[in-house]
Design a protein around this ligand. Structure first.
Ligand SMILES: [Zn+2]
Ligand SMILES: [Zn+2]
Ligand SMILES: [Zn+2]
Ligand SMILES: [Zn+2]
Ligand SMILES: [Zn+2]
Ligand SMILES: [Zn+2]
Length: 345
C-alpha cells in the first residue's frame, strides 16, 4: 500500500477527487490550493502558479483515476468481498470495468443481455482477488478505452483506435472515414507509445541537467556552511577581543584606584605636616606673648639685660615667618594624572 503514497495530495497527504497538476509537476488537492498562501506559488517548491485564482487548469486525472481503481481493488480484497452494485443484496461475482460496477450472477446475465452489442469486459471477482494491486492496475489499464475526441462521440461510447497527426486528435473509425480533412493517420497505440517514449527520452536527458543542478546545490550548501563558519569565527574573535579589552580596562581601573588611594595618602601626610608646622608657629607666638608679658610684670633689671637680646632674636625670627600661601601645596583631590589616563582610555 505504501507503494501508492504517490497518488495522494503532496500537501495534506490525503486522497481527493480533485487533484490538480501544477506547472512545476507537483500535485495538490483543491482544498490545499484554496487554502494556499500566497495563492500565486506552489506550496512545495515556490514555483509561480500562472492562474490568478491560484487554481491550475490541469487535473491530475492519472492520480484521481488511480485512487478510484485502488478503491475498487480494496473492495475486492476486503474479507467480505464486494456486494452487487445493482441489486445491493447478493455478493458480487464479477466486475465490469466499463460500467465500473460489481455484479452478482443474476445481474450479470441482465448486463450481458443489455450490453451485448458493446463488448464489456467483465472479470470474475475471485480471480481479481488473487491478483496484487499492481496486477489489478495493469489489467484495468489495458481494458480502459480511449474515446473519440469529436464533439458528442465520447458520450455515445465511440471508442477510438485511430490518431490523426494533423489535428493531433484521437478519432473513431467513422470520423476517420467520413471526414476527408483528417490525414495522415496512425494507430492510436503507436501514438501513445510515441508520446510515452518522448517523455522518457526527455526525462533521461534531464538527468544530465539534474546532475549539474545537484553540483550547484552542493556548492551553494558548501558556501552557506562556509559563511556560517566565517560568521562563527568572527563572533568568537569579537568575543575574545572584547574580553581581552575588558580585562585590560579592569586592570587600569585597579591601577587608577590605587593611584587615587596613594594620592590621598600623600595629601593627608602633607596636610598633617603643614598643620603641625603652622600649629608650632602659633604655639611659639603664644609662648613669646606669654614670656614678654611675664618679663614685663616680674623681671628684674639684671634679668632684662641677660635675656632681652635672646628673646628679641626669637621674636624677630617669628616676625620674618609668613603663613604658607594656598597655592604652594599640591591641591588635594586634583588627581591630574588620573584624569589624563582616564581620557586616554
Ligand atoms: Zn491536499
Ligand atoms: Zn511545486
Ligand atoms: Zn445483483
Ligand atoms: Zn458493463
Ligand atoms: Zn468519432
Ligand atoms: Zn484530423
Amino acid at each position: 500500500e505504501d507503494d501508492f503514497q504517490f497518488i495522494l495530495c503532496e500537501g495534506c497527504r490525503q486522497e481527493s477527487p480533485n487533484l490538480k497538476l501544477l506547472t512545476c509537476l507537483h500535485t495538490l488537492c483543491l482544498n490545499c490550493l484554496s487554502e494556499n498562501k500566497p495563492v500565486s506559488q506552489c506550496p512545495v517548491c515556490r514555483t509561480a502558479i500562472p492562474q490568478a485564482s491560484g487554481i491550475p487548469d490541469m487535473d491530475n486525472v492519472l492520480f484521481t483515476n488511480l485512487q478510484a481503481r485502488l478503491g475498487v481493488y480494496k473492495k475486492i480484497s476486503n474479507s467480505g468481498g464486494p456486494s452487487c452494485s445493482r441489486c445491493q443484496g447478493e455478493a458480487a461475482a464479477v466486475w465490469c470495468s466499463e460500467c465500473e460496477d460489481f455484479l452478482c450472477t443474476k445481474c450479470f446475465e441482465d448486463h450481458q443481455w443489455f450490453f451485448k452489442k458493446r463488448n464489456h469486459e467483465a472479470k470474475r471477482v475471485e480471480e481479481l482477488r488473487a491478483e496484487s494491486a499492481h496486477q489489478f492496475l495493469e489489467d484495468t489499464r489495458k481494458s480502459c478505452n480511449l474515446f473519440c475526441s469529436s464533439p458528442g462521440h465520447a458520450n455515445q461510447g465511440h471508442v477510438s483506435s485511430i490518431y490523426c497527426k494533423k489535428c493531433k486528435k484521437a478519432l473513431c473509425c467513422s470520423c476517420a472515414l467520413l471526414d476527408s480533412q483528417h490525414a495522415p493517420f496512425c494507430d492510436i497505440r503507436s501514438e501513445t507509445q510515441r508520446r510515452q517514449e518522448e517523455l522518457g527520452t526527455m526525462s533521461q536527458e534531464l538527468k544530465q541537467k539534474r546532475s549539474s543542478f545537484e553540483a550547484t546545490h552542493a556548492a551553494l550548501q558548501d558556501e552557506a556552511a562556509q559563511l556560517e563558519r566565517a560568521q562563527q569565527e568572527m563572533r568568537e574573535l569579537i568575543r575574545q577581543r572584547v574580553e581581552q579589552l575588558v580585562r585590560l580596562i579592569r586592570r587600569e581601573e585597579e591601577e587608577l584606584l590605587g593611584l587615587v588611594e596613594a594620592g590621598q595618602e600623600q595629601g593627608r601626610r602633607e596636610l598633617a605636616r603643614e598643620l603641625q608646622r603652622v600649629g608650632g608657629v602659633l604655639r611659639r607666638m603664644e609662648a613669646g606673648e606669654r614670656l614678654v608679658e611675664k618679663m614685663n610684670l616680674y623681671a628684674t633689671e639684671q634679668e632684662v639685660m641677660d635675656m632681652q637680646p635672646f628673646i628679641k632674636d626669637s621674636l624677630e625670627e617669628l616676625q620674618r615667618l609668613q603663613p604658607p600661601a594656598a597655592g604652594d601645596r599640591a591641591q588635594p583631590g586634583d588627581f591630574a594624572e588620573c584624569r589624563a589616563r582616564l581620557e586616554r582610555l
